[in-house]
Design a binder for this molecule. Structure first.
Ligand code: CMP
Length: 135
């Protein structure tokens, strides 16, 4: 069964959207295999976003994702990587369609409410980075 990492980012936690996002996940029928709230360390954030190192938004991205608590979830279900990506919506607020999480709640490319894994390879790596003891 496929797994994906969903991060509810500091902007969404601050705006009290945790319940709204978890409700969407549960209503869709996804299985929550693990869930925790924590402040991401700079070291772990840099590992998570290593493919973006060198891009003009990288420093701001690390600063943002470590700026306050986040909620991290491992979700499981058939084809859940692409299902959760569709639920999240496009990174750009211009393209994020209403009905998606970003389409409904974000006007900003950086502060965009959630992160979701984009492939089987990255989901495995990302889950390992945040959940050491998951089977
Ligand atoms: P995420 O899905 O977590 O993956 C990388 C993150 O970088 C993305 O969500 C945004 O928060 C941020 N990001 C991507 N592109 C840009 C951009 N052009 N400007 C600012 N932030 C960006």
């Amino acid at each position: 069964m496929e797994r994906t990492l969903l991060i509810i980012k500091p902007d969404a936690v601050e705006r009290k959207l945790i319940g709204e996002i978890i409700q969407r996940v549960e209503r869709k029928g996804l299985e929550i295999k693990a869930l925790k709230m924590e402040n991401i360390t700079v070291e772990r954030a840099e590992k998570h976003y290593e493919i973006h190192k060198g891009k003009e938004f990288y420093n701001g991205l690390i600063e943002f994702i470590t700026s306050g608590p986040v909620v991290l979830m491992v979700l499981e279900g058939k084809d859940c990587i692409s299902i959760v990506r569709h639920m999240a919506g496009s990174t750009s607020p211009v393209d994020a369609v209403p009905g998606t999480i970003r389409g409904d709640f974000s006007m900003d490319t950086l502060r965009n409410i959630v992160h979701t894994s984009d492939s089987v390879e990255t989901s495995t790596r990302e889950i390992k980075n945040f959940f050491k003891n998951i089977d």
